[in-house]
Ligand binder design. Structure first.
Ligand code: SAH
Length: 239
């Protein structure tokens, strides 16, 4: 393996629907970066690890109730096959029970070698395979998706755009929402007057220090009003 290949950020997705990838990750910034080899995407079809001739990957829940549960033996075999001891990647289970994803976690993941992303379907995974492997459980938010794949795509997108070889302008990440624990300040472009609305005067002044102060003040105001939770942490210096 060449040195570049060894260092390339890699997303290895364990899924029952490999055809969902690269999906939206083939477009725009992430797509160009994928094509140029700045990062790598691999999928592992969980169904390939089914034990019986019917290819069963799920079964009814013990104790009754609706839906199907993914079998622990099948998922375990897929996880085992996803492991490369010579180039380990952290195992992440996309789950509504996980810790909500933050920009801080995205930054750390982007700085690492990549991730193995285990996508649930149906009612989710048999609890015992989670206990056996203790993956980091990550949630996209307090709502329920029909599968982990859209969450994996979101996580990969957030990481890939931070890779040093991908980010268009080296600085453009530092000012964004969450990077300083604040939501972003408002942005404006041409035309200068639009439907009777002018661009704030200070932005046309060319006075960099005044622009910076105005943007910080607006970012603080927006965060205080919209996200008291983020504001409390910002004020406490916990960014
Ligand atoms: N019965 C489960 C929901 C299963 S949804 C429950 O009530 O908690 C099926 C799969 O979609 C899950 O296994 C998980 O991989 C994925 N998923 C659903 N919502 C998610 C979210 N908010 N974040 C990340 N993954 C999610």
């Amino acid at each position: 393996m060449s040195e570049t290949a060894a260092r390339r950020w890699t997303a290895r997705v364990l899924t029952l629907f490999p055809e969902m990838f690269p999906g939206p990750l083939a477009a725009s910034l992430a797509g160009k970066a994928l094509e140029s080899g700045a990062w790598a995407l691999e999928t592992l079809d969980i169904r390939a690890f089914a034990r019986d001739k019917h290819g069963s990957v799920d079964d009814t829940p013990f104790g009754g109730g609706p839906g199907m549960v993914m079998r622990p033996d099948v998922v375990d075999a897929a996880i085992a096959a996803s492991d490369r001891p010579e180039a380990p990647l952290p195992l992440i289970l996309l789950s509504p029970r996980g810790r909500p994803l933050t920009q801080r976690r995205v930054r750390d993941l982007a700085a690492g070698p990549g991730a193995r992303l285990l996508c649930g379907r149906y009612e989710g995974l048999d609890e015992r395979v989670i206990e056996a492997h203790v993956p980091e459980e990550v949630s996209l938010g307090d709502f329920v998706l029909s599968g982990g794949e859209p969450a994996a795509i979101a996580l990969i997108d957030a990481c890939v755009r931070l890779l040093p070889s991908v980010m268009g302008c080296a600085d453009s990440g530092a000012e964004e929402s969450f990077e300083r624990g604040l939501l972003e300040y408002p942005q404006y472009t041409r035309p200068r007057d639009w439907r009777g609305r002018a661009v704030p005067e200070v932005l046309l002044s060319g006075h960099h220090e005044k622009v910076r102060a105005w943007r910080l003040a607006r970012a603080e105001e927006i965060t205080r009003r919209r996200r008291p939770d983020l504001w409390a942490r910002y004020v406490a210096g916990d960014v």
